[in-house]
Design a protein around this ligand. Structure first.
Ligand code: PEP
Length: 253
């Protein structure tokens, strides 16, 4: 289980699913599940549901996240939402650089760095996603890829910031596919990321929470979460069902 300096964090990424009323119902059901006193729980609904879900989560142990943001504060950026706007609607977290954004919407390491800086400046906790594709894994360059993606984020942080920043290691081949990384392989990647953060920014890397993501389910969560450098999970599909997501939450402690 995770280092005493790091609270486990279970985050649900609802992607482009659910209407406002469906999101509110799911948020209520998740807030009603038993959550261990040391576990942080976050849900990331679609933008249109953020305000209503915030109201539904008032006074509960579940925090609100957005799935994306723009790095500028305001302006002529049609379709975008700024960090301050996310704070205004009640978000405490924001997912940045999800592989779907990188692959389908052309997000770059540079954009991820700008978004990370903007999120932190507004007081949001960024959940920055890194991960290799299947071809990169097969080519033996997993650590080059995730090292490069991590460095882009580390370049805009200092040691102290690591305690309020989250990384999600999400091998792209495991997202939404039902394939999960072996717990021992995931641990190797997490240890690599933590060592790199420590080498670049100092021992504050021990406070950096690194989540695993990629087909996490109630029946594989415990083994993944038992790894020393896996501090929680970023959950897609399985976070859309309160009962299953609740079981993942309880696997964290
Ligand atoms: C994700 O969206 O970040 C994710 C890991 O999805 P899934 O759990 O469905 O693989």
């Amino acid at each position: 289980m995770t280092h005493p300096n790091r609270r486990p964090l279970i985050a649900g990424n609802w992607k482009m699913h659910k209407t406002v009323s469906e999101s509110v119902a799911l948020a209520r059901a998740i807030a009603d599940t038993r959550i261990g006193p040391r576990t942080d729980v976050v849900v990331a609904p679609v933008f249109t549901a953020l305000s209503s879900v915030r109201a539904a989560l008032e006074g509960t142990a579940v925090a609100l996240s957005a799935q994306n943001l723009h790095w500028e504060a305001q302006g002529a950026f049609t379709g975008e939402v700024s960090a301050a706007m996310l704070v205004d609607v009640g978000c405490r977290f924001v997912i940045i650089g999800h592989s779907e954004r990188r692959q389908l919407f052309g997000e770059t390491d540079d954009g991820v760095a700008k978004k990370t800086r903007a999120a932190r400046a507004a007081g949001l906790v960024p959940i920055v996603c890194v991960g290799e594709t299947l071809s990169e894994r097969e080519a033996g360059i997993t650590f080059d890829v995730i090292g490069r993606q991590l460095d882009a984020m580390l370049a805009v942080l200092d040691e102290k910031a690591l305690a309020t920043t989250v990384v999600a290691y999400e091998p792209v081949w495991a997202i939404g596919t039902g394939k999960t990384a072996k717990a021992s392989d995931a641990q190797l990647a997490h240890a690599f990321l933590r060592d790199r953060a420590k080498n670049k920014l100092g021992d504050g890397g021990d406070t950096l929470r690194i989540l695993y993501g990629g087909s996490v389910k109630a029946d594989n969560a415990a083994e993944l979460l038992a790894q020393p450098d896996i501090d929680g999970a970023l959950v897609g599909g399985a976070s859309l069902d309160a009962e299953g997501f609740g079981r993942i939450i309880r696997a964290a402690g």
